[in-house]
Design a protein around this ligand. Structure first.
Ligand code: PMP
Length: 441
């Protein structure tokens, strides 16, 4: 019997869904069966306008022929190649192509399969880098409150989301957190907020507490996406860079969301003109089509490992699927598509239109803040008395019924549409959300 891919399955019990209210979902499933460009199709045949690029990953929109054809061709040509002590051309070509669009000074690419793996890889490289230089006392890691760095043990340790940490034991030791940068006085700021650059100075306090010689790395999202689009205050990232540089501490930008054009340049590092020592990326690297992540590093980090006898492995780390040929084919076709359609800078062209559309929601019931940059934005709602997250959840369900896909985190609605969105589709997305907010009010 051929698989039925177009209608809702009858038995939903076996699949334990990730980051999902399983019981609620299974009582009223939202089932997607097809996707094309800006739209999903549901099992009951409805078109849903994608306001979130899937999960912040399908930057070129869905089922782009160039990417799907490249994947199909590669699966038929060479489905898999061992990742260790063996190579294949696409992995080298893709690494060069990533470096071509990466910030100046970023010269090497280490592959993995997801954002979480990229984060844990970057943290391990940071620790091993210092050790390779004889600086083995540098073992402490610093993250930030409200940071999301995936779900590996490293990522949740440096991450700053209570629910992602508190059920899972004692986590990594030797981790501190900077304060988050989300200040009430910045509410309804368009673009980067004015207040809060001084929060970077908290790093000096943490350094004074432990001694710089014990600290390996600081990891932050240049713009925190998953906790509700929290933008860096003006000057904040530059200050972090100055302090880390002064003390020989590595700075890692987690660009799993901001990488590949979300803010109007290939990486947020270029947008903010702050170059970190490492960048983690995933999602948009393959347009979400095949799982893939990567850690991008400077030559200084890479070269610190290239010592010792030549036959000895330099970094004892890697994954069975690092640089998987099918993922590489998807990555190359994705970068071609971004280049052909000018997508790595398109968010900059649409930013003002997007901003004005979003800020037009000000004054609607329960809206307490609106934030935006590039093609990402958030609308924050006042929580319902005694039921945090419920108001936004209801809006999310109603929005899906009304034909748009949005994302929620707590009582914050986040949107990050594919970078191919038209102005008319921005109007449709924001207009539909406005209608849902009015009705929910
Ligand atoms: N880091 C950041 C900044 C992210 O936004 C995400 C995913 N939203 C991750 C890491 C984890 O990526 P993945 O889900 O691919 O493991």
């Amino acid at each position: 019997m051929p698989l039925d891919r177009k209608s809702a399955p009858n038995d939903l019990r076996a699949f334990w869904m990730p980051f999902t209210a399983n019981r609620q979902f299974k009582s009223a499933p939202r089932m997607l069966v097809a996707a094309k460009d800006m739209h999903y199709t549901t099992s009951d045949g409805r078109q849903i306008l994608d306001g979130t690029a899937g999960l912040w990953c399908c930057n070129a929109g869905h089922c782009r022929p160039k990417i799907t054809e490249a994947v199909q061709a590669q699966v038929a040509e060479m489905d898999y190649a061992p990742a260790f002590q063996m190579g294949h051309p696409l992995a080298f070509e893709l690494a060069n192509r990533i470096v071509d669009i990466a910030p100046d000074g970023i010269e090497h690419v280490f592959y993995c399969n997801s954002g979480s793996e990229a984060v844990d890889t970057a943290l391990k490289i940071a620790l091993a880098y210092h050790r390779a230089r004889g600086d083995s006392a540098r073992t402490r890691l610093i993250g930030r409150e409200r940071g999301y760095h995936g779900v590996g043990f490293g990522g949740i340790s440096v991450g700053g989301i209570v629910n992602n940490r508190r059920f899972f034991g004692s986590l990594l030791t030797g981790v501190d957190h900077l304060p988050h940068t989300h200040l009430p006085e910045n509410a309804f700021t368009k673009g980067q907020p004015e207040h809060g650059a001084n929060l970077a100075d908290e790093l000096e306090r943490i350094i004074a507490l432990h001694g710089a010689e014990t600290i390996a790395a600081v990891i932050v999202e240049p713009m925190a996406g998953s906790t509700g689009v929290l933008l860096p205050p003006k000057g904040y990232l530059k200050r972090l860079r100055e302090i880390t540089q002064k003390h020989g501490i590595l700075l890692i930008f987690d660009e799993v969301i901001t990488g590949f054009g979300r803010l109007g340049s290939p990486f947020a590092a270029q947008h903010f003109d702050v170059i970190p020592d490492m960048i983690t990326c995933a999602k948009g690297l393959t347009n979400g089509v095949i799982p893939m992540g990567a850690v991008l590093t400077t030559a200084q980090i890479h070269d610190a490992f290239m010592q010792g006898p030549e036959h000895v492995i330099e970094l004892f780390h890697g994954y069975t699927y690092s640089g998987n040929p099918v993922a590489c084919a998807a990555g190359l076709a994705t970068l071609d598509t971004y280049a052909e359609d000018g997508l790595l800078t398109r968010a900059a062209d649409l930013e003002t239109y997007w901003q004005e559309a979003l800020h037009g929601l000000k004054g609607l019931p329960h809206v307490v803040d609106i934030r935006n940059m590039g093609l990402i934005g958030a609308v924050e709602l006042a929580p319902m008395e005694g039921q945090p997250g419920k108001r936004a959840f209801d809006v999310f369900v109603k929005a899906f019924e009304a034909g748009i896909m949005i994302r929620i985190t707590g009582d914050i609605i986040a949107m990050s549409p594919p970078l191919i969105i038209s102005k008319e589709q921005i109007d449709e997305l924001v207009g539909t959300l406005a209608e849902v907010l009015r009705q929910a009010g």
